[in-house]
Design a protein around this ligand. Structure first.
Ligand code: SF4
Length: 432
């Protein structure tokens, strides 16, 4: 008999959350490999095109289909008592899911996607509701929370945990043979404005603050045919904005990204591409910048982190200051709008004493592009995350929270002052 599988993208408990092209891509890719072999239903708490969210006027999307999530203020969890910020639950109200479960009847399996380790409260909420309404369904958890905090995830009440990217144990548990050539199960959405692509897995660098080497292992490109099939499916569903979730999209670009974009151009495919996961400026050559702009890249997020060479070398040497300046020059010459070029810099990194953050912010500003401070989240199992045991209990995933950690490390006033400075610098460029 064909199994019934429910896919759930859980709500988010956090100080802040914004729909920056967020989709449960890992879960949809896993489900895609089972296309035609299971009967799927989806409940995505974070779907801003859900009929309920669509009635909320203040949640309108920007020109690239990003926007705010529906949210409710809730009490701060105990570990955050000293953090002077509102805490919220983001995503569709709980009763909508309970009604959905009543309406849809029984399921054999429930897949729940996990993302940030410190968002586990939303995952636990979903498990609690499924356990009450559908006690016989087998609950399967996968994603970053499971991979990085397995001991904690063991206590979630799920029946089966999928660690890392090895899906063999999952196929055995389901007793279904997957088809690895199938694209992600995008058609499960009734309405879809944003899609995701991933041309590669992993990253060849080993930055001391990053989870990617631990979660994905070695860098590995996917086949061009697979990526094009996924793009074709997204286009047939009317998607206009596509975010790349690759961690090293530009690595080996002549073998991976360039052939893909050349096909996009040759086939006259018209979509807007975005790179929220940060591009490595080192690999942006004049030719590649030109091809990216021609193929439809609209926003460019560059991972810079700090202009301090000492900091850059200590954390993995992924990019140096002159490489950022060159990349920006190439992107501007290729026709990218400076307002759509952003350099990320880490706020609240534990080696802040050598980061020279203010000088870095002024440097980015001098290039005529936008700066964004990306709050540091200490990730367990990484050198920098483990170093943070000095300040927080790393066994409690809430303490990996990226709003809380910079405040704990440097204090609320200093963290705010740096954010104000960033806003001021962006305003000076007339870029908000
Ligand atoms: S280059 Fe980026 S994805 Fe790769 S390890 Fe460094 S921070 Fe992570």
């Amino acid at each position: 008999m064909t199994p019934r599988i429910l896919l759930v993208n859980p709500p988010i408990y956090d100080f802040a959350a914004y729909d920056f092209w967020l989709k449960p891509y890992g879960m949809l890719s896993t489900a895609g490999r089972l296309r035609g072999k299971a009967d799927f239903k989806l409940f995505d708490y974070m779907d801003r095109l859900h009929p309920f969210a669509a009635t909320q006027k203040h949640l309108e999307s920007d020109r690239w289909n990003r926007g705010r999530f529906y949210c409710q203020k809730i009490p701060r969890p105990k570990p955050f008592e000293s953090i002077p910020r509102y805490f919220r639950r983001f995503g569709l109200p709980r009763n909508i899911f309970l009604d959905f479960l009543t309406r849809e009847g029984s399921f054999d399996f429930v897949f729940i996607q996990t993302t940030m380790t410190y968002w586990y409260e939303g995952v636990w909420e979903v498990i609690e509701d499924i356990r009450k309404a559908r006690p016989k369904a087998k609950i399967i958890l996968g994603g970053n929370y499971v991979t990085l905090c397995s001991n904690h995830a063991e206590k979630s009440g799920a029946d089966f945990l999928v660690h890392g990217t090895n899906l063999e144990p999952l196929w055995e548990c389901l007793r279904i043979n997957p088809d690895p050539d199938q694209p992600a199960l995008w058609e499960i959405y009734e309405k879809l404005g944003v899609g995701v692509l991933k041309l590669t897995e992993g990253c060849p660098f080993k930055c001391t603050y990053c989870s990617v080497p631990k979660v994905y292992g070695q860098f590995k490109p996917r086949s061009l045919e697979h990526s094009l099939a996924e793009l074709k499916l997204l286009c047939s569903l009317g998607v206009e904005n596509i975010a790349f979730y690759d961690d090293a999209l530009l690595f080996d670009a002549d073998k991976v990204l360039a052939p893909f974009l050349t096909e996009v151009v040759n086939r006259s495919i018209k979509v807007n591409f975005h790179s929220p996961n940060a591009l490595n400026a080192r690999f942006i050559t004049e030719e590649l910048a030109e091809l990216m702009v021609r193929a439809g890249f609209k926003t460019f997020y560059l991972g810079f982190e700090s202009a301090s060479q000492q900091w850059q070398k200590r954390t993995g040497s992924k990019v140096f200051t002159d490489e950022l300046a060159k990349a920006v020059e190439h992107l501007k010459s290729a026709g990218a709008e400076p307002a759509n070029i952003t350099a990320y810099q880490i706020l609240g990194h534990p080696h802040i004493e050598i980061q020279q953050l203010e000088a870095s912010m002024h440097f980015v500003n001098s290039l005529g592009i936008r700066g964004t401070l990306a709050d540091f989240s200490p990730i367990p199992g990484t050198p920098d995350g483990d170093y943070c045991k000095k300040w927080v209990d790393m066994d409690e995933p809430l303490m990996h929270n990226k709003t809380a950690f910079p405040i704990i490390l440097m204090g609320f006033d200093k963290s705010n002052r740096l954010k104000d400075l960033q806003r001021k610098l962006n305003r000076r460029l007339s870029i908000s």
